[in-house]
Design a protein around this ligand. Structure first.
Ligand code: ADP
Length: 488
């Protein structure tokens, strides 16, 4: 019998997305399904989810949930996918204007601990003896990030299930810490509110609950698995993580090659590939035109698509911007986040018409066009659990310029004589995480781009010919599931 796995996530592309978690949740389950896993996704019934799923039908009711009492479970499919999606329908919790975590103005929903506490609770219920879905019961519950962190706690302490839980950490910076009042509100046992449980400095920590109670822990890159066991990257949970260090497995994310492929990408004016890379020039000039930049094939075009937060390190780019533009570079940015960064980048665009373009907001087509049309992709993150954009850059022949951390370090091989010789060079890695370090790294990239077209093409082709799909990583998840099954 195929192994039944419930994949629990607060965002899934293309239904709802704020970042890389959605990309992973939209593509890893399909890769696992093609390996024979009977996998279903569990997601809150946000309006965007209800509106986009096909063949949505009622399958069960749940009663006696904390705070809300009743909810319905619906089953649907994502257009173009065979994956079944279980949806928690609760209008009062999930059907609102705005994003999954905040309202249209960006203010976090005050009842997030309830909204994601219920998501966690329902996931645990589905794996237990009281499940409302009798004909499909998972043996593995695969949780993702703090929003699902209470699931392993509910499974172990409340539902007493035989199924095994995994928590995948996509970002330690977000932990879901709330008032201790929510312990009783959410029906968690007070006994778990200790340092050996889900208490974190007097608060209820969703992520700590996941890390403490899950049968297995994964991170989205091997390097990040090690980094989070240190004070610099553990966000206060490094002690617990180090204790469970031997059980933390780092599995590098893959990319959805149907979505992110320059040969087939419908958002590009011209498709191209490693063997027909000339088409990329047309995409570049279309991007320059669309963004109001001077049409100039020779000007090195630097791109950024990113949340604008401290994590992403783009403040290290700011002091270098004018110098780079004055040296003949062009710049295009798509992103949104902290007001100070938005304002600073917008000012650069205003002061440099024809040379810099800044779009604040979320725009899926433009993100593909930037990835394809730019010459290099800048991603100087201070920490990066995996990062998907540098992988998209590799696939699109847009060498990434990155800081040496997390998944960036695991996927980008710096260009130097040795890596050129052994055909692994695929980008540029900063030696020092500072504005000067970033400038030095960009300068090295510009030197190759301007003065050594042959090597530049080699770097592009090395990245484009890599297998960046989920093939290998999905097998690693499957192996982990199978190991856990042996302990049931
Ligand atoms: P994170 O999850 O930390 O934001 P990742 O690199 O793992 O970073 O994933 C970011 C994902 O979100 C990528 O698919 C990227 O293209 C997308 N993205 C980020 N900002 C925007 C934006 N403003 N418009 C469109 N897509 C965006």
């Amino acid at each position: 019998m195929p192994l039944k796995v419930l994949f629990v996530s607060s965002e899934v592309f293309p239904l709802i997305k704020t970042g890389g978690l959605a990309d992973v949740s939209g593509s890893l389950p399909s890769a696992l399904k093609s390996l024979g896993v009977d996998i279903r996704i569990l997601i809150p019934g946000y309006s965007a989810v209800l509106n986009q799923l096909n063949d949505l039908q009622y399958i069960a009711s749940i009663h006696n949930l904390p705070v809300i009492g009743d909810a319905e479970l619906l089953l649907g499919t994502i257009a173009g996918s065979l994956i079944k999606v279980i949806v928690i329908k609760s209008a009062s919790l999930y059907e609102r204007d705005g994003g999954p975590y905040s309202d249209v103005k960006g203010n976090e929903w005050q009842d997030n601990p309830i909204r994601f506490g219920i998501l966690s609770k329902v996931a645990a219920l589905l794996s237990g003896s009281e499940t409302p879905i009798k004909d499909w019961q998972p043996k593995i519950v695969h949780c993702n990030d703090w929003q699902t962190g209470l699931t392993p706690a509910y499974m172990k302490l409340v539902e007493n299930t035989k199924a095994k839980s995994i928590i995948s950490i996509h970002n330690m910076a977000f932990q879901g810490c709330y008032s201790p009042d929510f312990v009783s509100t959410l029906g968690l046992p007070e006994a778990g509110f200790t340092i050996e449980g889900f208490e974190y400095h007097g608060q209820l920590s969703f992520l700590k609950a996941g890390i403490f109670y899950a049968a297995a822990i994964t991170t989205v890159s091997p390097r990040y698995a090690k980094e989070i066991q240190t004070a610099a990257f553990g966000f206060g949970l490094e002690g617990l993580l180090a204790k469970r260090g031997d059980e933390i497995k780092g599995i590098l994310n893959g990319i959805e090659t149907d979505e992110w492929n320059p040969e087939t990408d419908p958002y590009l004016i011209k498709n191209y590939s490693a063997s027909k890379i000339a088409g990329k020039k047309q995409v570049k000039s279309a991007l320059q035109q669309q963004c109001g930049l001077n049409i100039d094939a020779d000007a090195p075009l630097l791109g950024v698509v990113s949340r604008l937060t401290h994590q992403k390190g783009l403040d290290m780019l700011l002091p270098n911007m004018q110098r780079l533009l004055d040296a003949g570079c062009q710049f295009v940015l798509l992103g949104g986040g902290e007001a100070a960064l938005e304002i600073a980048f917008q000012a650069i665009a205003t002061q440099n018409p024809g040379r810099a373009s800044v779009t604040i907001g979320y725009n899926e087509p433009l993100s593909h066009q930037i990835m394809a049309g730019c010459d290099m992709f800048v991603m100087p993150s201070r920490f990066e659990p995996c990062g998907l954009n540098q992988l998209y850059g590799l696939a699109y022949g847009t060498p990434p310029i990155v800081n040496a951390t997390g998944g960036l370090a695991d996927s980008v091989i710096d260009t130097n004589p040795a890596s050129i010789k052994n055909k692994t060079a695929n980008g540029f890695v900063m030696v020092e995480a500072s504005a000067d370090g970033l400038l030095a790294c960009i300068t090295r990239a510009l030197d190759v781009f301007r003065n050594d077209a042959k090597t530049w093409q080699k770097i592009q082709k090395n990245g484009m010919s890599q297998n960046l799909s989920w093939d290998k990583s999905a097998l690693e998840y499957l192996a982990l599931y199978q190991t856990l099954m042996q302990t049931i």
